[in-house]
Design a protein around this ligand. Sequence first.
Ligand code: DGL
Length: 271
Amino acid sequence: MDTRPIGVFDSGLGGLTAVRVLRRILPEENLVYFGDTARVPYGGRSRETLLKYARQDLRFLRSFELKAVLIACGTVSTTSLDVLQGENNLPIVGVVEPTCRRCLAVTKSRRVGMIATLASVRSGAYEAALRRLDPSVEVFCQPCPLFVPLVENGRFRPGDVVIETVAREYLTPLLEWGADTLILGCTHYPLLEEVIASVCGPGVALVSAGEESAFELKRLLTAQGLRAPSEKRGKAEFYVSDRAEDFEGVASLFLQEDIHHMARRIDIDQY
Ligand code: DGL
């Protein structure tokens, strides 16, 4: 039994897709979340910059005595996971492997679409993991650089003409190619799930990176005897690197949990 918190981080709101699942499947666990809202989006940045940001994010989180870390960011997972695992002596879970395993359990045609940030698509990490797990799979990767800024600005609701137009433009080539399964390879994208599902239609199954990594973390904690006792609900703390109020509004909506006045701003440059 281990009551130390789990650290979770992302460039902004996206990692909350993993937090939402963690709160459901591991309600007794304490969580510390960091969203790097001063530097979001990460998706168009170079590997060097991403590694620098990710190291700082992790250094801040490790100012708490953590038992494990979930990198709830596709962009950091695809570009920096190995380095961060090598540098830190605690279990670190990324989103790529668990998502690809789930996707291969779902696809019937073995024609898989993957949408993510530019940095994730450039890294080739999802493609490589899918092919390693099943060499017969065909993969179509599509970067969607406008999705994250739109989500961070609250433009993710069905009926919003801007997000619907952008989604149709990004997704049409994948649909014409004939994907039967679509990996939402960036943890911001489940906030667009309704919009994406309505463009794709019922013939395309959606697999969310944030969700699958939460299940992977649960397996790991159980296997290593690191679970918290189940008597009481764990607490979640939220930290951001820019205006906490902006984060709290959308985060409360998305988590279906009122976190107003609960997020705190920190200076990430100090880490
Ligand atoms: N949510 C992140 C991801 O999964 C980062 C997106 C971004 O900041 O561009 O890739």
